[in-house]
Design a protein around this ligand. Structure first.
Ligand SMILES: CC(C)(COP(=O)(O)OP(=O)(O)OC[C@H]1O[C@@H](n2cnc3c(N)ncnc32)[C@H](O)[C@@H]1OP(=O)(O)O)[C@@H](O)C(=O)NCCC(=O)NCCS
Length: 328
């Protein structure tokens, strides 16, 4: 009998209805559709309504993943949610999703790993499954970054979008599943991408709000360089651990941050451009949600089919990075 493996049993995604185009942004800040498209590859992004929080986008994605996996939320043993924009500091957004979907038997908790949150969550879920502590784990990446974006800062407000993606993972003993996960972080670089206020370091005050300390602060050029280096490094290590090479991948799902980052990573992994799944143009950078949204779209669209070898690579604030190789 094969070693106990963890498989992706079903995926789901959800994005808010409202769409914000580059031309809409050009009315708010000094930018153009041409600048945003050539520098990032983003054309439109979905933006949550005023009363829509992260759990509200996560819950429909979670239900769709359960449906695709053919299970009831009551069958879940754990709900793990990666996000940088939780509904509130506590309780976890995972607990709120648990209540929304009726995952009554599950342990629920959030993972704080910014844009790498979905793969970090997969690593934890895989561990629970392969040590026999859980049979079915729901892993979600969900964000409403529009809530913490400074809509007067053209360096950041053009990049991000809202949405959620989810996957039910579970034990399987077939010749497929998640073959390897490699992840890491470098906390020395946390200041390059962070939200200064709202936690214990800088609780909310009139001054913190006035100084926009509750918004995303980012040094874009440095983030760019580190993203390429660390996504490529994690991807190569995960490939090696899985006993595969980049050219063998049927699909690479990189975190959808910037088309130039994605192409640079694909080049280092020796994955041809046509095998890089890109939906960034339509969603922007949805942080922890970007990989599961792309994966769900590729599976539902019939592009990613059973038996295919796929790679997932992510990078985010922390800095954090992660990569996974799986046979779907
Ligand atoms: C943000 C990013 C797109 C900027 O692209 P870039 O090619 O590095 O551009 P630069 O930072 O060198 O800025 C070039 C100029 O464009 C300007 N600029 C920035 N945003 C702009 C916008 N939306 N529209 C027009 N001009 C803009 C800058 O002010 C700068 O002008 P200056 O030279 O007069 O100061 C790029 O650095 C990036 O994608 N970084 C990674 C961000 C990311 O992915 N973060 C999340 C990681 S999970």
């Amino acid at each position: 009998m094969n070693k106990r493996r963890t498989c992706i049993l079903g995926t789901g995604a959800y994005v808010p209805e409202k769409i914000l185009t580059n031309d809409d942004l050009a009315k708010i800040v000094d930018t153009t559709d041409e600048w945003i498209m050539t520098r990032t590859g983003i054309r439109v992004r979905h933006i949550a309504a005023e009363n829509e929080a992260t759990s509200d986008v996560a819950s429909p994605a979670a239900l769709r993943a359960c449906e695709a996996a053919g299970i009831s939320p009551a069958d879940l043993d754990a709900v793990i949610l990666g996000t940088a924009t939780p509904d509130m500091l506590f309780p976890s957004t995972a607990c709120i999703v648990q209540a929304n979907i009726g995952a009554v038997r599950a342990a629920a908790f959030d993972v704080s790993a910014a844009c790498s949150g979905f793969i970090y969550g997969m690593a934890l879920g895989k561990g629970l499954i392969e040590t026999g502590q859980a049979r079915r784990v729901l892993v979600i990446g969900a964000e409403t970054l529009s809530k913490i974006v400074d809509w007067e800062d053209r360096n950041t407000c053009v990049l991000f979008g809202d949405g959620a993606g989810a996957a039910v993972i579970g034990a399987c003993e077939e010749d497929r599943g998640i073959l390897s996960i490699n992840f890491g972080s470098d906390g020395r670089l946390w200041e390059l991408l962070h939200q200064p206020a709202g936690g214990s370091r800088m609780p909310a005050t009139v001054e913190s709000v006035e100084k926009k300390k509750h918004k995303i602060h980012m040094t874009g050029r440095d983030v760019f360089k580190h993203a390429v280096t660390h996504m490529s490094g994690a991807g190569l290590r995960a490939l090696e651990e899985a006993g595969h090479t980049g050219p063998e991948l049927d699909w690479l799902f990189p975190h959808q941050a910037n088309i130039r980052i994605m192409e640079a990573v694909a080049k280092r992994l020796e994955v041809p451009r046509e095998k890089v799944y890109v939906n960034l143009e339509r969603f922007g950078n949805t942080s922890a949600a970007s990989i599961p949204i792309a994966l769900d779209e590729a599976i539902r669209g019939g592009h990613c089919r059973p038996g295919m070898l796929i790679g997932l690579v992510a990078f985010g604030g922390g800095f954090t990075w992660a990569a996974a190789i799986a046979r779907v």
